[in-house]
Design a binder for this molecule. Structure first.
Ligand code: ADE
Length: 251
């Protein structure tokens, strides 16, 4: 008789935060929530304050060199990181900060394919740079705007990862993901009724001609990407003039 091999440990997220009650938050709902309850991924929210050592349980101090706000202490953050990594040492340590490298689908895919992530949520003015460097943390931003803390950014990152895990969303997610990975924004969608408030569904979508439908969707995706996201369009590598040039935003 051969011993059954143990089930693979699920993708594990640890979140270091001063507000652990913010988790799982929206990730406890819908498909991510169901997958969490089914054990397809795991989440532990770790209270950074639990690693304070003084009698005031202080986690921050004034910035060296002066200035507004408070900075998270390196010793406290380091102890919290050590505790999180003990439960899964091979996971990348990511700090959410507006000055990080921008999160994109490629990075998300990399995280989703690994054993999980440890996310550190900043608050106040920031986190002592020494612990960021000593722990080799990856600084990641979810966009060019400033949130009041890293927690909503951590939720965004986790949502993007969890939907890619096996058995969480199924074929729909991979299809969407592929279209985004191809470097284009998604084409618009329509459903019944085919006439609504005097507005018709584009006739090609009702034609039954699959090749024409695919061509129309491709053109729409290209047009949207070109007008809304010239940065993505440039990376997409198509510098050649397009049949739809000049027709976009003509109104
Ligand atoms: N914390 C505050 N703003 C943020 C942002 N834009 N991305 C990630 N973390 C943040």
């Amino acid at each position: 008789m051969t011993a059954a091999s143990p089930p693979p440990s699920p993708w594990q997220a640890s979140v270091l935060t001063l507000f652990p009650e913010m988790f799982p938050g929206p990730l406890g709902q819908s498909l991510a929530g169901r997958a969490l309850r089914e054990g397809r991924w795991g989440l532990d929210a770790i209270d950074i304050r639990g690693f304070a050592t003084d009698r005031h349980r202080s986690v921050d101090d004034t910035p060296c060199g002066g200035g507004a706000g408070m900075v998270l202490r390196p010793d406290v953050v380091d102890a919290a990181c050590a505790a999180a990594l003990a439960a899964g040492p091979d996971r990348p340590l990511v700090v959410l900060t507006p000055r990080g490298v921008p999160l994109d689908q490629r990075m998300v895919r990399g995280f989703a394919e690994g054993p999980g992530v440890v996310l550190l949520c900043g608050r106040f003015e920031g986190i002592d740079q020494r612990v960021i460097e000593a722990r080799g943390m990856l600084e990641v931003s979810i966009g060019d705007y400033v949130l009041s803390g890293g927690e909503p950014a951590a939720l965004v990152l986790l949502d993007a990862c969890v939907r890619l895990l096996p058995g969480v969303m199924g074929a729909a997610a991979s299809g969407e993901e592929e279209s985004f990975s191809a470097g284009l924004l998604e084409y618009p969608h329509y459903t019944r009724p085919t006439q609504w408030n005097g507005l018709a569904v584009p006739p090609v979508l009702l034609s039954g001609n699959h090749a024409e439908v695919a061509r129309w969707r491709r053109e729409q995706a290209e047009m949207l990407t070109r007008t809304r996201r010239p940065d993505l369009w440039a990376r997409h590598g198509s510098a050649t003039p397009h049949a739809l040039d000049g027709q976009v935003n003509a109104a």
